[in-house]
Design a protein around this ligand. Sequence first.
Ligand SMILES: *Cc1c(COP(=O)(O)O)cnc(C)c1O
Length: 227
Amino acid sequence: MSIASNLQHVRERIRSAALAAGRQPDSVLLVAVSKTRPAGDVVEAYHAGQVVFGENYVQELAAKAAEVSEAVEWHFIGHLQSNKVRQIAAIVSMIHSVDRLSLAEEISRQWGRLGRCCDILVQVNLSGETTKSGTTEAEALQLVRAVSALPHARIRGLMTMPPFFDDPEAARPFFGELKRLAQRIEAESIPGVEMRELSMGMSGDFEAAIQEGATLVRVGTSIFGAR
Ligand SMILES: *Cc1c(COP(=O)(O)O)cnc(C)c1O
């Protein structure tokens, strides 16, 4: 299968899942996860209508972004070390994986140097798996409050990565939990904080995530093939 036909199929599945949930299909943005794939795959996807790409590794992203001259938009979705933020500051438009204040402070500092503001999502670890990044559910509100005071980082919502299950239905409760957490944070009406984005759902479970309210789905394998 070509990248173009895979993309078309994923878009159709997103559309069906949204409609089945009584949502507008265009309320869900597809982030094509291109980690480990060559720049040529990104260009191919772009010519098939894909604009937003997600990357996990700083070095890889910087190299790929230098190779791709098309008007793609990059999101950073992986674990991020503060000392590498500077390398992606001029490249990405959103960071999905902010899980601690020190990282948000560095993001704000680097975007401030550029005279810009970075859209960020707070990553929440809902399963308690120690191998996964993310703030705890209990600490999320406190983190959001602290980050909201930073001048060049703007909180747009939350992100989560449930444990891996063969059955997407097993991931569904985590998606519902992220949505409810976002609603609780929204109810606090913290100045400068929006809970409009929920980044959740990958190749194996994006339909369940859309039914539970995802606005950003991060899909790699179903578009580019197995890594
Ligand atoms: C790799 C990755 C994805 C995409 O996973 P697929 O199963 O290939 O769709 C999504 N989100 C994050 C954070 C990832 O690291």
